[in-house]
Design a protein. Structure first.
Lengths: 446, 159
């Protein structure tokens, strides 16, 4: 299903340790760093070759557009208008005239070039600190031409990492549920796309209801809920091969699945006789373990990144709240004590925060709290939204939002949205159809 | 016995009072909701003459109301008479909750109906339970009345 990743990275020069630019990502960035993404230079020969293979007029320019869009979407950078650039791409890549770039107020500059070598796409790029007049990094990649979009994402990740000091999240994918049809008869399919909405693929046909797909952080496996033959069960899907299988042999509905951080287990709810408890199944040994045993509803389990703890949603206090326990089910502690109902706790990949959905006075919020429940912060309020999923670097949350219908029940839609951990930079993530239940993959390459 | 009767009457008065006060405070009470439980018949279908197919629930609740129990007793009587019919109890929730919690809630509601049918003599092997969570609303509105119609357990013939 997915093209094999054959990406070789060569470091051209050692990284400079004394770069001056630094982007602070811990606060809402109202003053994004102005930077120039010069179109990647390309020689005529290579241009013609790539035009034939990829049907793109100027692949160098296309790749730099991807970088531009990624950096802009992050909210931390302000890519300047190409029209204002004074220097030609090929010259700039050799040695930028820093005064020219200063003039248009760029603080950083990305240059590079593209070649067609041995049927492969070779891209090199450089990041320059304009104020200091220095090169900050230089890298080259070689890959199959069809991987060109990924090259743009990887360059974005490298620039993001160099300028913020944290890993990027651009060379990633989102698995989600694509929705169509009237609200009372929604047709739902599994779909996967690049983080920027390109390369969308439907993975199921829509013959049966599917919900809540989640990526394994260590591979291209997905776990999700399917109503195949009207039996709601947790399934495992390999999106490379398309193979799928039901997880475990439970005499009732299994739902709310997620992988353990090492990818070896699936944790989920099993409902029987009106009671939902949390179970795990080891994918290799098929051993099933009961984790909770309580007459209340226990669901939406999520592991801490070290695998030692589990957060989950329970109504054992009478209303839905968030609880944390050890991974063997011991020492259950309630952590949410604010006003309202709490659900869908998801542990941040950094381990320090839990993202959640909250319902209070008829409004839905996406928020975060520390793992002991302190420091609750609500990031966004809406008529209906839920199911946050973290970017692999723990800086951005993706979730879905549904609209209120009018008096005649018309006007329903479901869309994906993302927001920074800071509460800034809220934006819609465009999908070909309506969408819900997003899950963010880890970085495809490092 | 006498005391029980008094107690019953007192309860009836209280229930009636609660219903009235609920109507007085909720403007959605066009006679179609009691508290926030749907009492209308717009969406109701019939398994047989006089045997409604569904019961309704309060927000976040799976407790059967007096009216629900009456409906289920009718279903049980009909099922006892038609012993070859098997059923699926489809549990549903409204859209004002997270998808995963609602799947569990739908299952809990359908099982509340199942338990009641069983106490009225319907064998458990004739009943299967299927939760749809909030996936299959009957009413696509975003208002309290629409939501009350969607919080339901529906008895569906399986054969």
């Amino acid at each position: 299903m997915i093209k094999k990743i054959t990406l070789f990275i060569f470091i051209l020069f050692p990284l400079n340790a004394w770069g001056l630019i630094k982007v602070d990502i811990t606060r809402g960035n109202l003053d994004p760093l102005p930077l120039a993404v010069s179109p990647l230079a390309i020689d005529n020969d290579s241009r013609t070759k790539f035009q034939k293979i990829l049907n793109k007029k100027d692949i160098g320019s296309e790749i730099s557009k991807i970088v531009e869009k990624n950096l802009k979407t992050s909210g931390l950078f302000n890519p300047l208008d190409r029209e204002a650039f004074l220097q030609k791409p090929d010259i700039a890549n050799l040695k930028p005239r820093f005064e020219d770039w200063k003039l248009i107020k760029a603080q950083a500059l990305i240059t590079g070039k593209v070649n067609f070598i041995d049927e492969k796409l070779r891209v090199e790029f450089r990041l320059w600190d304009i104020l200091a007049g220095r090169e900050m990094m230089a890298l080259a990649f070689t890959t199959v031409p069809t991987n060109w979009r990924r090259v743009g994402h990887i360059i974005s990740d490298k620039v993001y990492e160099r300028l913020t000091g944290e890993k990027g999240y651009f060379d990633t994918r989102i698995i989600y549920v694509a929705e169509e049809g009237p609200k009372t008869q929604r047709v739902k399919k599994l779909a996967v796309m690049d983080q920027d909405g390109f390369n969308n693929k439907f993975l199921t046909l829509g013959n049966e209801l599917v919900l809540t797909p989640r990526f394994n952080k260590t591979s291209q496996m997905v776990t999700y809920l399917s109503y195949f033959r009207n039996l709601p069960r947790v399934y495992l899907l390999d999106i490379e091969t398309g193979t799928q299988e039901v997880v475990g042999d439970f005499p009732g509905m299994t739902f709310a699945p997620r992988f353990s951080p090492d990818g070896k287990k699936i944790i989920m709810s099993f409902a029987k006789d009106g009671n939902s408890d949390i179970f795990t199944m080891d994918l290799e040994s098929r051993v099933v373990d009961r984790i909770t045993n309580h007459p209340s509803i226990d669901t939406s389990p999520s592991y801490s990144p070290d695998g030692k703890f589990i957060s989950f949603n329970s109504d054992r206090s009478g209303y839905q709240q968030i609880y944390v326990m050890e991974s063997n089910g011991k020492n259950v502690k309630r952590i949410s004590f604010g006003k309202g109902l709490y659900g869908t706790p998801v542990w941040s990949p950094r381990g320090d925060l839990i993202a959640f959905t909250k319902l209070h006075k008829g409004k839905f919020y996406i928020g975060v709290m520390r793992t002991d429940g302190s420091g609750e912060r609500l990031l966004t309020e809406n008529f209906y939204q839920e199911a946050p999923s973290w970017s692999p670097n723990g800086r951005v949350l993706i979730f879905y939002r549904e609209t209120k219908t009018d008096d005649k029940g018309k006007g329903f839609s479901a869309k994906l949205w993302s927001i920074d951990l800071t509460g800034y930079n809220e934006r819609e993530v465009k999908t070909p159809t309506d969408a819900s239940d997003p899950s963010w993959s880890s970085l495809l390459s490092n | 016995m006498e005391f029980n009767k008094i107690l019953k009457n007192a309860l009836l008065v209280i229930v009636a009072f609660l219903a009235l006060s609920a109507c007085a405070t909720k403007k959605a009470g066009t006679g179609q909701m009691q508290g926030d439980v749907y009492t209308g018949t717009d969406t109701v279908e019939y398994l047989a003459s006089g045997v409604p197919d569904r019961v309704f629930f309060a927000t976040n609740e799976s407790v059967l109301t007096t009216a629900s129990r009456e409906t289920l007793r009718k279903q049980a009587a009909w099922l006892r008479k038609n012993s070859k019919i098997n059923i699926v109890l489809e549990g549903h929730a409204d859209e004002r909750g997270t998808r995963e919690y609602n799947l569990a809630l739908g299952e809990r509601r359908a099982n509340a109906a199942k338990d009641y049918l069983m106490t009225y003599g319907v064998s458990s092997d004739r009943i299967s339970v299927l939760s749809y969570g909030k996936e299959r609303p009957v009413d696509s509105g975003s208002n309290p009345l629409s939501w009350s119609k969607n919080r339901r357990s529906v008895t569906v013939k399986a054969n």
